[in-house]
Design a protein around this ligand. Structure first.
Ligand code: ZN
Length: 353
């Protein structure tokens, strides 16, 4: 609907129509909710309180609203009712399997039970060089159930970064293993087309322009595939900036903000200076500046590479920071509404303010 039509109809009538809140809610960089979909926060109340302290520090120092954190484990979920009560949904949880052996850790029945208890999704990690084959038939019943009940594959980590740029360490998988893991994962996506996935780390297809092309192919081919941005800034210096920026805009509906908070791969060079969760404001600042500004900054591995921020448009940032997460995961849209991110704006407008 065009702005013209809105004028003719009157704002109250227009608000009664579906989708009005979305179009009319105006966010700025300061007011928009940001959701970190990829963290590894521990499960003690002390640690979780510290995350809320971090949230407050980010508001005060960066004028940014980190509205919600999704913890992917490894820590087991805390008491889910108590978690909701203490943090009003600002901290969400996923179940996880970091040591896949003879099939995934949760049976179909267990997945359903965990979903009822309110977990967001299931994180699994076949990507370590352990010879784990994610497309083994033993995993199919779990994937079938995830499709049936709509449980999100939350930041599964497939393969490790692979490239010939920069330092080569044990972290980088050799290419044959890297592509074997990539193809095994593609087999899963082919076999389970209704499985909704937010792959971690841009699927690690972000370490050269050619890999980014392959990620384009994957996103085009599998409409339920999405990716998060956790840890990727430390590798993106190897991709052409214009190409990367064009990619982010073209696939803005499929990219979600995530950081790897509390893992040692968040922003390695800064994590040494700011090891405590409540002090990790500069790490978030690095992510925000990379997405929002055109500043030159270190890439984050021993300061050996420079990169320039992407200065993405506001509508793209909204999608990456929260709109895609609202669409893809359960609970998020309701929680944000309950926290007043949309309700207040709507009621003000209804009152004619
Ligand atoms: Zn992670």
């Amino acid at each position: 609907m065009s702005r013209h039509r809105i004028g003719a109809l009157g704002i109250a009538a227009w608000l009664a129509l579906g989708g009005a809140a979305r179009a009319e809610t105006k966010f700025t960089l300061e007011t928009m909710p940001r959701i970190d979909v990829h963290t590894h926060i521990g499960n003690t109340w002390e640690t979780l309180d510290e995350v809320m302290e971090l949230r407050k520090a980010i508001r005060e120092q960066l004028h940014a609203d980190l509205a919600m954190f999704i913890s992917l484990g490894r820590a087991e979920p805390p008491d889910m009712d108590e978690l909701r009560k203490r943090y009003q949904g600002r901290i969400q949880w996923c179940i996880s399997d970091f040591t896949i052996k003879d099939g995934l850790r949760f049976s179909p029945q267990e997945l359903t039970e965990w979903q009822k208890r309110g977990v967001m999704g299931f994180k699994f990690y076949p990507g370590w060089d352990r010879g784990v084959q994610i497309d083994l038939p033993a995993n199919d019943p779990t994937f079938d159930r995830m499709e049936q009940i709509g449980m999100v594959a939350a930041s599964p980590h497939v393969a490790n970064p692979c490239g010939t740029f920069g330092r080569r360490t044990e972290w980088f998988a050799e290419p044959v293993e890297f592509w074997r893991q990539q193809h095994a994962w593609e087999n899963v996506l082919k076999k389970h087309p209704r499985l909704v996935v937010v792959n971690a780390h841009m699927l690690w297809l972000c370490y050269s322009d050619e890999q980014l092309d392959y990620l384009r192919y994957m996103l085009k081919t599998y409409p339920n595939l999405n990716v998060d941005l956790a840890t990727v800034p430390i590798f993106l210096h190897a991709v052409g900036r214009d190409n990367l920026r064009a990619f982010m805009i073209e696939y803005a509906d499929r990219i979600l903000f995530g950081t790897d908070l509390a893992s040692k791969w968040f922003v390695p060079e800064l994590d040494k200076k700011f090891p405590k969760i409540k002090d990790k404001v500069p790490q978030y600042q690095r992510y925000f500046e990379f997405l929002e500004t055109a500043k030159e900054m270190p890439s984050g591995i021993k300061d050996e590479h420079k990169m320039r921020g992407l200065a993405l448009p506001l509508d793209v940032l909204e999608k990456i920071y929260f709109r895609n997460a609202m669409r893809i995961y359960p609970h998020i849209a309701d929680t944000l509404k309950q926290l007043g991110y949309f309700g207040k704006v709507e009621s003000k407008k209804a009152a004619g303010e």
